[in-house]
Ligand binder design. Structure first.
Ligand code: AMP
Ligand code: ZN
Length: 490
């Protein structure tokens, strides 16, 4: 194993040497999607970032138990137990059963994750499959006197908890500051403290998804599922817990409080948070209306997109920014990533038949070390990519006969370029070798040439008709500054 791995821990706000609880093994929990709608590219950034982390841990030889949940119940519109149930609302809108909504968007999520070449987690538990575990945990928290029941709803007593444990530690906030930022309780509120949150919510007559419990019919609050499922599969204290930064202040803060109140232990040794994907510096989200879907990105079928981008070009785009920095979406950046991805894959292809010489003109051993140093420094993928580009430069140069590589170095170069590009960054070749794809590619080149001629003759009616007719057959043509590009829209 190469050197030591350092991880930035949100809990301590420092990079810490990674020491797993059990040598050679890692327990990793990542908050998964709420499956009431399609995942947007921002959600994908978080899951792809953790895929890189999972892949690197595997590459280092760790045996990783990777758990990523599916939230399929209990998530209300507001993070603080207010608003409608997201699933019930969507079910009404689409005239489906809530579990049909869950199934539809879970399948869609899996398809997208496959497109991006992410490895599936070892366990993908659902909230509805673990109602019993959540009830047991709530019972224990009540027995430990950190929660109370009112009219069939159970609330976590934040102020009582804070007397013993720092509730706001994850975001470095004192209780007084948190209280100041929260609205005062009104006569209609049942809960005692304004920061108190629901562990169990009593159902109303119209509630569709409900279960029986010691407190009557109802459903779990959103936060308890992750505490119950992570401790079930990874233990009361485990190594790494991850999610997007937006989950720190409420969801993860409450997870820590619940687990501590139930098990008398801090649940997680390393908290990791990914930064947000933004569009024109505004966080991508469903509510901001700037959340385009992966499918739209692949086809280019969205007003913000000049053209379609392949899943691997998008994945590579994400790898070129560190997971703790914001990543701003732009067509220019994606087009640069397209080229970068192609350059890297072309170099890998050349590497297979590269000839060796008696000595090397570059220090390959040092280059490999730089790759490991980058990833060991809190998974610094952009620095890794810069070093892999240097590897690609050496490969091209050696192929052109301008540089030489010894046999030992060539074997080393093959080994680590392959490991980092394919296994760790998770990139794969996208060029199709099927004869029908090649024929389509050729036919489209011919058609685009004909359209160019028609346009040159200023027959725009005919050129638009050609474009519209192709569209009927799910072929989208977009005119970009580099000429027309085409993609298949389904
Ligand atoms: P949700 O389905 O809303 O529960 O979100 C699933 C995951 O996506 C969570 O870990 C969020 O923190 C993350 N997420 C949401 N929006 C973004 C964004 N714009 N960029 C990166 N991650 C995001
Ligand atoms: Zn969670």
């Amino acid at each position: 194993m190469q050197n030591e791995l350092f991880i930035f821990n949100t809990l301590t706000k420092t990079k810490e040497k990674f020491t797993p609880i059990h040598p050679g093994r890692v327990g990793l929990y990542v908050c998964g999607p709420t499956v009431y709608s399609d995942v947007h590219l921002g959600n994908c950034r978080t899951f792809i970032s953790f895929d890189l982390i999972y892949r690197y841990l595997l590459h280092l030889g760790f045996k990783v138990r990777y758990v990523r949940n599916i939230t399929d119940a209990g998530h209300l519109e507001g993070d603080r137990d207010e608003g409608d149930d997201k699933f019930a609302k969507k079910a009404k809108l689409e005239q489906l059963e809530p579990m049909e909504i869950v199934q539809k968007y879970t399948l869609g999520f899996h398809d997208v994750m496959r497109e991006f070449n992410t490895l599936p987690p070892g366990i993908e538990p659902t909230a509805t499959g673990h109602i019993g575990e959540q009830i047991e945990m709530i019972k224990e928290i009540i027995a430990n006197e950190y929660a109370y029941e009112i009219n069939g709803t159970v609330y976590f007593d934040v102020e009582k908890y804070n007397k013993e444990f720092p509730y706001g530690q994850l975001t470095n906030r004192k209780l007084e500051d948190l209280l100041e930022g929260t609205r005062e309780l009104s006569g209609q509120d049942e809960k005692r403290g304004r920061l108190d949150f629901a562990l169990w919510i009593a159902s109303k007559p119209e509630t569709l998804m409900k279960w029986n419990s010691p407190w009557g019919w109802g459903f779990p609050g959103w936060h308890i599922e992750c505490s119950a499922m992570s401790s079930k599969y990874l233990g009361e204290t485990f190594d790494i817990h991850g999610g997007g930064m937006d989950l720190q202040a409420t969801h993860h803060t409450n997870e820590i409080a619940q687990s501590q109140a139930c098990n008398h232990k801090s649940p997680v040794n390393y908290w990791m948070h990914t930064n947000m994907l933004t569009v024109n510096n505004v966080r991508m989200s469903k509510s901001a209306g700037n959340g385009f879907l992966p499918g739209e990105l692949f086809t280019g079928n969205h007003p913000l997109l000049e053209k379609g981008y392949s899943p691997m070009a998008v994945r590579f785009f994400m790898m070129q920014t560190h997971y703790r920095s914001t990543l701003d979406f732009s067509n220019e950046a994606l087009q640069a990533s397209e080229k970068g991805y192609a350059r890297l894959m072309a170099a890998i292809k050349l590497l297979a038949n590269l000839k060796h010489a008696s000595s090397s003109t570059s220090d390959i051993v040092a280059l490999e070390k730089k790759c490991y140093d980058a990833m060991n420094d809190d998974f610094n993928a952009p620095i890794l990519v810069a070093n892999l580009f240097e590897g690609a430069r050496i490969i091209n140069s050696a192929n052109d006969g301008k540089e030489t590589i010894s046999l030992n170095d060539l074997n080393l170069l093959k080994k680590f370029m392959h490991s980092f590009v394919i296994d760790v960054l998770g990139l794969k070749s996208e060029t199709s070798n099927s004869s029908s794809d090649k024929a389509l590619q050729g036919a489209m080149e011919v058609i685009l040439e004909i359209r160019k001629d028609i346009k040159a003759k200023k027959d725009f009616v005919a050129s638009d008709k050609l474009r519209d007719d192709l569209n009927i057959h799910n072929i989208l043509i977009k005119d970009t500054k580099d000429g027309p590009v085409w993609s298949i829209t389904e």
